[in-house]
Design a protein around this ligand. Sequence first.
Ligand code: SF4
Ligand code: SF4
Length: 178
Amino acid sequence: MIPTAKYTKSDQQIYQKTKKYLERKKETHMEEKMKLVENILEIQELEKRYSYLYDFICDYLDQEFQKKDICGFHCGICKRRRDMITRKILKDTYGNGCCYSYLKGKTCEYLEPKNGCRIKNIACKIFTCFYLRRQGYRYHVKDIYFARYFFNSRQLFYMENTFFVDKPVILEGIMKRR
Ligand code: SF4
Ligand code: SF4
């Protein structure tokens, strides 16, 4: 239980709701998980708190996609595009997954050949194409326990649907939608 005097009413609600959510899902390592939520709640300044959460969500998604090899890149070609090759869907290129836009006929300007994406965008990180969704891969920020109760629905929609811009732009948008 967090010391109530130290936290605002809404922060106490975030804490309690997260705890109940984890209990409902019968999660393990509850103490560790709630400690992380406490650490986030320790950050009083709202913009700093959002910034910390933003980085944490990005790291979580990077690890999740890597650990499960969700896009299954091999020699620069992802699962979905390999499927297109198998089904003989003719395209000018199959490389770079959805960082290459068939609509624009070019690769995203932020993609670096050796290091991958050079910006931090949650929408790009959380996106899964129809091919992956059919396999059950679908992600939402509200399903990530430590972030679930920190954002309102406008902020969540904005974060998950604003692609190809870097963290400072998204943070500004999050602050505006409080
Ligand atoms: S989301 Fe789909 S199209 Fe985009 S990189 Fe992953 S598998 Fe490829
Ligand atoms: S901004 Fe999105 S589309 Fe562009 S390189 Fe990064 S992940 Fe790919």
